[in-house]
Write a protein that binds this ligand. Structure first.
Ligand SMILES: CC(C)(COP(=O)(O)OP(=O)(O)OC[C@H]1O[C@@H](n2cnc3c(N)ncnc32)[C@H](O)[C@@H]1OP(=O)(O)O)[C@@H](O)C(=O)NCCC(=O)NCCS
Length: 213
């Protein structure tokens, strides 16, 4: 196996986007996996969707590199954990136009897209996605398996806990301390106060619109 060979779990539109990022970084995508039977043996981006990920044996995962191109935070977290526990690898992929402070820490299985700016002493934990043109200001932390959508601004010294979804164009304003775990921030929200866990917030200023069961 070439150490630039890689496999993509998830043959949807995000799978195609991750294919392009992988190729830019010199990886060779060998196959896609998808749970949708109807997609099997079709090709996307010129590469075959060979099997369901759930059909792979431990031997087929061990020692191989995987991208998990799934937007759902819980599903991505579970599959990434499974791959790593079976001896596979989930490398982080960082677009060459992203600017990452030398004092920032980036976990494994993190995808940082074009024109992202990650400032001083930011920590991005495992399996999180930072979408294009987002800014994470200094001393902030992004938890495990978060999805920060395109054009988001996260202020300084803010702790975004695990499995948070932040919609497009949101602003999380410096001065608040926490975005609690498993919460959703709606597109275009301006969040001025700490949020509760398992809750959906939207609007300017952002207000809780419902709980997540
Ligand atoms: C916030 C969000 C998750 C709410 O979804 P939902 O729970 O299905 O809520 P609904 O669509 O039923 O809307 C509930 C109410 O909130 C309002 N609302 C929904 N999203 C809103 C937003 N982003 N900003 C302001 N108000 C919003 C709706 O207008 C509605 O108001 P009403 O009750 O007065 O009619 C969703 O609208 C959203 O913004 N998702 C982010 C999408 C995104 O950025 N995706 C990026 C993909 S990578």
């Amino acid at each position: 196996m070439n150490n630039k060979d890689i496999y993509i779990v998830g043959a949807g539109t995000y799978g195609e986007a991750m294919f392009e990022l992988a190729e830019i970084l010199g990886y060779k995508v060998k196959a896609f996996f998808d749970e949708d039977e109807k997609k099997l043996h079709e090709s996307i981006m010129g590469v075959e969707i060979t099997d369901k990920f759930s059909n792979l044996s431990c031997q087929e995962i061990k020692g191989k590199q995987f991208i998990v191109a799934i937007g759902n935070n819980e599903a991505r977290f579970n599959i990434m954990n499974e791959i790593n526990s079976l001896g596979g690898n989930t490398p982080s992929l960082i677009h060459p136009t992203a600017v990452i402070s030398p004092s920032a820490e980036i976990g494994i299985g993190v995808y940082i897209q074009a024109n992202v700016y990650i400032w001083t002493k930011v920590k991005v934990n495992d399996f999180s996605i930072i979408s294009p043109n987002s800014v994470i200001a200094h001393h902030s932390t992004i938890g495990k398996a978060c999805l920060v959508s395109t054009l988001t601004g996260i202020g300084a010294s803010i702790k975004v806990e695990d499995k948070v979804f932040i919609g497009m164009g949101s602003t999380i304003v410096t001065g608040l301390a926490y975005i609690r775990e498993n919460s959703i921030i709606g597109a275009g929200a301006v969040v001025l106060k700490n949020t509760e866990r398992n809750s959906v917030y939207a609007g300017i200023p952002a207000k809780k619109i419902r709980s997540i069961k």
